[in-house]
Design a protein. Structure first.
Length: 258
């Protein structure tokens, strides 16, 4: 992949150096973790042009420390890394951050492996990919904020209770039998979308429009990934389907908790 010429940036030295904040405004922060240095520079360049403060590292072992220090809004994370692989980096990241993660894989069939491992990424892209498509997917993810806006939060909405499950959309928290369930933002949004229409069956496309937006482009089976993760974290399964039920050939609907 040919990398276009551009001015030097914080990503060009390939070191683990967060861009200093020299303004009073809060810029979005991104971390790119990829051992293909030319590709990492290319992605970092696109992010910087979109107004992000960007940190780059090429090693999985260093990445966890960088992620703790930077506290990013979004992470572009390669699966095949030296040191720790992308799966382990993502698992460790999820112990202290709910930032958005887009996982990069070298082969399409690796996505099935990632699904089985319940990595916790929000989206997956197969190399080679269009940087513009990557930026479009990041933009879609970031349209879903970590916390509701103050005006929205002021109009308190009642929590949804499904058996022993309690979903608080204002606090963006899910409790099961009084215990907080650590869902990622995307997992929460999928569950909240299903809970918003009791009895309604959501097709994959309908869930994508609810959670990712109508302009999202990608594999609809990404919905299945997040439903699997939600079920696992709720102690649910495809056999029990207490909280998320599969309607064969159509999609998903919220369960009854029984």
């Amino acid at each position: 992949m040919k990398v276009p010429d551009r001015r030097p940036s914080a990503a060009d030295n390939g070191q683990v150096t967060p861009t200093p904040d020299t303004t009073t405004t809060t810029a979005r922060r991104a971390v790119v973790v990829d051992d293909e240095q030319a590709l990492a520079r290319l992605v970092a360049g696109y992010l910087e042009r979109d107004g992000f403060e960007v940190s780059v590292t090429h090693d999985g072992s260093q990445a966890v420390g960088v992620l703790r220090e930077v506290d990013p809004d979004v992470v572009v994370l390669d699966l095949g890394l030296p040191g720790l692989d992308g799966v382990e980096v993502c698992r460790q990241l999820r112990t202290f951050s709910d930032c958005y993660v887009i996982m990069l894989t070298a082969r399409a069939e690796e996505v099935d492996t990632l699904i089985g491992l319940s990595v916790g990424a929000d989206d997956y892209m197969t190399k080679p990919f269009s940087p513009r498509e990557l930026m479009a997917r990041i933009a879609v993810l970031l349209r879903r904020p970590r916390r509701p806006a103050p005006a929205v939060a002021a109009a308190a909405r009642p929590a949804v209770e499904i058996g022993a499950l309690r979903l608080d959309t204002d606090a963006r928290e899910v409790h099961l039998e009084g215990r907080l369930v650590p869902l990622t933002r995307t997992e929460f949004d999928v569950l909240a979308a299903l809970a918003s229409g009791p009895g309604r069956v959501f097709s994959r496309q309908a869930l994508i429009e609810e959670v990712w937006g109508a302009n999202w482009v990608g594999d609809e089976h990404l919905v299945d990934v997040h439903v699997l993760h939600v079920r696992q974290k709720l102690g649910d399964s495809a056999e029990q389907q207490r909280f998320v039920r599969t309607v064969r050939g159509v999609g998903y609907r919220i369960g009854t908790g029984e």
